[in-house]
Design a protein around this ligand. Structure first.
Ligand SMILES: Nc1nc2c(ncn2[C@@H]2O[C@H](COP(=O)(O)OP(=O)(O)OP(=O)(O)O)[C@@H](O)[C@H]2O)c(=O)[nH]1
Ligand SMILES: [Mg+2]
Length: 453
């Protein structure tokens, strides 16, 4: 990375016909020079930091105006990145924004920003810590209110503070150990039991954070729920009911759905991708066969599988065969549909989790509750912060290192041996917070960001 460069990108979402305004962000030593060269501000407007200027961006020919804009100058270090930042607020959509960005990029000393580069610069300059930068990205990506709340907790420093405290507790123990190594004779003997207890306590907290983070992933990434079953049991009707629109074609002909259909919904704050599948049966129809193959893939990749049966028909051999096909590790629900009709017979050990009528909209609430309970997403209310995958991996490594450190202690080895694993645990926690930072970590964090962040 070259710090004499100025970077630029569109910082807002780009979509044709959408967004009244769009923001082009420039950061770096030439940001102001470029802003002055490109934006013509009529009258006597003063180029002062943190003030809004009004003007025009001229086309390269210097004759006609590309757009009417507002410009916001934020001089270093009082900016998001800690460098000179210029934001050009132009009109939204696609074409104008691209034209203005092209004009920016024609200027000397500026290049397109890489994904996450603004945030990376902010971290490098100490304007933002690592977990807060990740939280910004998660906030932008949030697909449900609960996911946004968790991201906001990260942005408020919840993760940073929690991990920093744990790391400091370990540092305290390390200092005690090292003092014993260096000045054993001069100090009172070390209470191993207390030290070990402390390491175990930190380890236990880390494990809780890892487990909570995993559950929170469901809230962030959402659940994939596959609706499977024989033809004509009402899978598509159920999809339509939950989606509140006629997403899938429903007919009384078995084999209506032949392709995998997805519908995005939010239930109790949890984003859910519903997959409507082709009814699984033996058939000679080639298209239907392909559809059935997709149903089987959906069945294998879903977070929850809902097997729908026709309660009027009762439990059939075909239902039993499908039930057996659901991978054992995947949470499953048995839903008996068409409860408005007379009930067929069910074996006593196969009682449905939910009885409902997709046609009449009955039993929907029970289904939603059962889905959330089966996936574990309903339990997401108990925690306030949630580590992302990167942070969890490091927390888990730290917990393992602490466990080794305690094992070593049990083997009566000299103090030096304890410190090796303890140091490793401290290092992993430092990588979460950014206290210990290197190119690899930065690469891992920021490559997942989108451009303009
Ligand atoms: N009485 C009654 N009929 C229903 C109910 N749910 C769906 N149906 C009817 O059952 C028929 C089949 O419904 P679909 O939703 O197309 O069934 P599917 O499982 O998607 O069928 P395939 O796509 O062929 O696999 C339609 O005529 C629906 O109106 C229900 O709860 N009660
Ligand atoms: Mg269907």
């Amino acid at each position: 990375m070259n710090y004499s460069e100025t970077i630029a990108a569109v910082a807002t979402a780009v979509a044709p016909g959408q967004g009244g305004i769009a923001i082009i962000r420039l950061s770096g030593p030439s940001a102001e020079t470029i802003g002055r060269a490109l934006v013509h501000c009529p009258g006597r407007q003063k180029w002062a930091s943190h003030r809004i200027l009004y003007g025009y961006v001229m086309a390269a020919d210097g004759q006609h105006r590309l757009d009417e804009v507002l410009l916001l100058l934020m001089r270093a270090p009082r900016s998001f990145t800690g460098e000179d930042v210029v934001e050009i607020h132009c009109h939204g959509g696609v074409i104008v924004v691209q034209q203005v960005l092209e004009r920016v990029l024609e200027q000397p000393g500026v290049r397109r920003a890489l994904p996450g580069e603004f945030s990376r610069q902010a971290v490098m300059n100490g304007r933002l810590d690592l977990t807060r930068a990740e939280a910004v990205s998660e906030l932008v990506a949030a697909r449900s209110r609960r996911a946004a709340d968790l991201a906001m907790a990260g942005l408020d420093g919840g993760i940073q503070v929690r991990i920093t405290v744990l790391r400091e507790r370990l540092l305290d123990q390390l200092i005690k150990l090292e003092a014993r190594i260096d000045f054993e004779e001069d100090l009172p003997p070390l209470d191993e039991i207390i030290l070990l207890k402390e390491l175990q306590a930190v380890r236990a907290e880390l494990l809780v954070l890892v487990a909570d983070g995993k559950r929170a992933d469901l809230l962030r990434r959402g659940l994939r729920v596959a609706l499977v079953g024989r033809p004509n049991v009402g899978k598509s009707s159920l999809l339509n009911l939950l989606s509140r629109r006629e997403r899938a074609i429903v007919t009384d002909l078995p084999g209506t759905t032949r392709d995998l259909l997805e519908s995005e919904i939010v239930l109790a704050g949890v984003p859910i991708t519903l997959l409507d599948t082709a009814g699984i049966r033996k058939t000679n129809d080639v298209v239907e066969q392909l559809g059935i193959a997709r149903s089987e893939e959906a069945l294998a990749s879903a977070d929850v599988v809902v097997l729908i049966i026709d309660r009027h028909d009762g439990w059939t051999n075909a239902d039993a065969a499908l039930w057996a096909r659901i991978p054992p590790a995947v949470p499953r629900l048995l839903v008996a549909n068409k409860a408005d009709l007379l009930a067929g017979s069910m074996p006593s050990d196969m009682q449905p989790d939910v009885c409902m009528s997709a046609l009449q909209g009955e039993g929907e609430e029970m289904l939603v509750q059962a889905l959330l309970a089966a996936s574990g997403a309903g339990e997401g209310d108990g925690f306030l912060i949630a580590l992302n995958q990167r942070q969890r991996d490091l927390a888990a490594l730290a917990a393992e290192a602490l466990e080794r450190s305690c094992d070593v202690a049990g083997q009566q080895l000299p103090w030096d041996f304890w410190t090796i694993d303890l140091r490793e645990a401290i290092r992993h926690l430092g990588e979460i917070t950014g206290e210990e930072i290197n190119e690899d970590i930065l690469e891992r964090v920021f490559s997942r960001f989108c451009i303009g962040k």
